[in-house]
Write a protein that binds this ligand. Structure first.
Ligand SMILES: *Cc1c(COP(=O)(O)O)cnc(C)c1O
Length: 437
């Protein structure tokens, strides 16, 4: 297998050079800078269905899907039409609109895990607010999170584990006060002993345990139902709230997300990404009793100038309505099962040290011999070199993946069987190249 010619990135390179004079690193979100893969970032000018086009007119089948929100693919006609319809009447009022009720009804009537919710404008904001709610509700300060779970970029959550079984957080970013990080306890995923020790060490101090029930921001670190249930039980026994951060898994692995998939009732759930149909929307929800602590009913303050923005609500309404069509998730799942199975089989037959892990329409390429990976420290950083090669080969063959081996891929309902066949061939060739060295 030989390497093929690199795609042209002339126009993207020009735009990137300009962008570097305007934005730190030339981007408005760091991963977009292609720091861990080859070449300059591609500037995208158009998306339609499962395909995107860059500034040099290269065409790709897109498996990034804007990092998850676009479960119907790009430029879905129903979403676009609804957004345009609502926009005819203005963009924002800072006053309630019926559209907020409509999106809330779609969610609450089809989700048995929350009774009330509040719309915000991003996943970060949803999680930040959920943490404040948990602290206000329990009158405790500490939160417990897991190494390898990403919850947006708010101060208390940009904290990773140091060494040792239970460590006080060490910040992952400059600018986070040590005193904030000290309120965040970090333990490894899937480690019942560390959990027990944290609750013993910080008895009656932990306001909330927050987890991505489907950890998908640092590889795909699938947890067992037993472990998630252990979190539920431990929180209940200790008067601690359990927060499921479902910004990725919500509406993705089923309309009720991971709570529904594992049938575990968390105390607070956060959503983002899919909920806004590609526009900036996040939300957090809980029982009516817990939500009564939010301002103006309760003492936990949280607000937003553009919260519940009508145009964003419109996109969410149109997208979630499609997800509620009978058979939507089954169809998606069936398509992906074949894709994943064929890729794994190809790698296994050739003895490649490679696994494709997946759940619902999320998948992750892991260059590992392990049958499963459930903790961040089980990922070999050196294996990312393989992803880097694969990423370049896939781009050259018209397949766009997020530019980091720690990121997962997403499949939308717009991906056709033909798209997946084409992607499979490209992945096979890419793997052959990776393992020919
Ligand atoms: C993307 C993500 C966030 C942050 O959402 P933004 O909209 O990027 O602020 C938080 N938690 C999880 C699990 C996410 O995947």
């Amino acid at each position: 297998m030989t390497q093929i010619k690199d795609i042209s990135r002339e126009r993207s390179a020009e735009l990137y050079a300009k962008a570097k004079t305007y934005f730190p690193g030339g981007v408005n979100s760091p991963v977009r800078a292609f720091k861990s893969v080859y070449g300059t970032p591609l500037f995208i000018k158009k998306g339609d269905g499962s395909h995107i086009w860059d500034a040099d007119d290269n065409e790709f089948i897109d498996f990034c899907c804007s990092w998850g929100p676009l479960i119907l693919g790009h430029n879905h006609s129903k979403v676009k039409e609804k957004v345009i319809e609502v926009m005819q009447n203005g963009m924002s009022f800072g006053a309630p609109t019926a559209l907020e009720n409509e999106l809330a009804e779609l969610i609450l009537n089809n989700n048995k895990f929350i009774e009330k919710l509040r719309f915000v404008s991003s996943g970060t904001e949803a999680v930040m607010s959920a943490i404040r709610l948990a602290r206000g509700y329990t009158k405790r300060d500490k939160i417990l999170k897991f190494e390898g779970c990403y919850h947006g970029h708010s101060d208390s959550l940009l904290v990773k584990a140091g060494s040792g079984l239970v460590t006080f957080g060490e910040t992952s970013s400059a600018g986070v006060p040590k005193s904030f990080a000290d309120e965040t306890i970090v333990i490894a995923l899937n480690d019942p002993e560390a959990l027990q020790k944290a609750f013993a060490d910080f008895k009656d101090q932990i306001a909330a345990v927050i987890i991505e029930p489907v950890p998908a921001n640092n590889g795909l670190l699938l947890q067992t139902k037993e472990y998630l249930q252990l979190l539920r039980d431990t929180c209940t026994q200790n008067g601690t709230l359990l927060i499921f951060d479902e910004v990725i898994s919500g509406f993705r692995i089923g309309f009720e997300g991971a709570a529904g998939y594992y049938d575990i009732q968390p105390d607070i759930i956060t959503y983002g990404k899919i909920i806004g149909g590609g526009l900036p929307v996040g939300c957090y929800g809980a029982s009516a009793e817990i939500m009564s602590h939010i301002s103006p009913d309760g003492g936990v303050y949280q607000a937003g100038t553009l919260s519940g923005n009508p145009v964003a609500m419109a996109a969410g309404i149109a997208q979630l309505s499609e997800l509620l069509q009978p058979g939507f998730y089954e169809e998606l799942k069936n398509k992906i099962e074949v894709f994943v199975k064929d890729i794994q089989q190809y790698a296994d037959e050739r003895g490649y040290k490679f696994k494709i892990f997946s759940i619902g329409s999320i998948f992750w390429f892991a260059f590992t011999g392990q049958e499963s990976i459930s903790r961040a420290d089980e990922i070999d950083p050196a294996s990312m070199e393989n992803f880097k090669i694969l990423h370049r080969e896939l781009l050259n063959r018209g397949i766009y993946m997020g530019p980091s081996g720690y990121e997962v891929g997403f499949i939308s309902s717009a991906h056709t069987k033909a798209d997946l066949e084409k992607a499979k061939s490209a992945i096979f060739e890419g793997l052959d190249l990776v393992f020919s060295k």
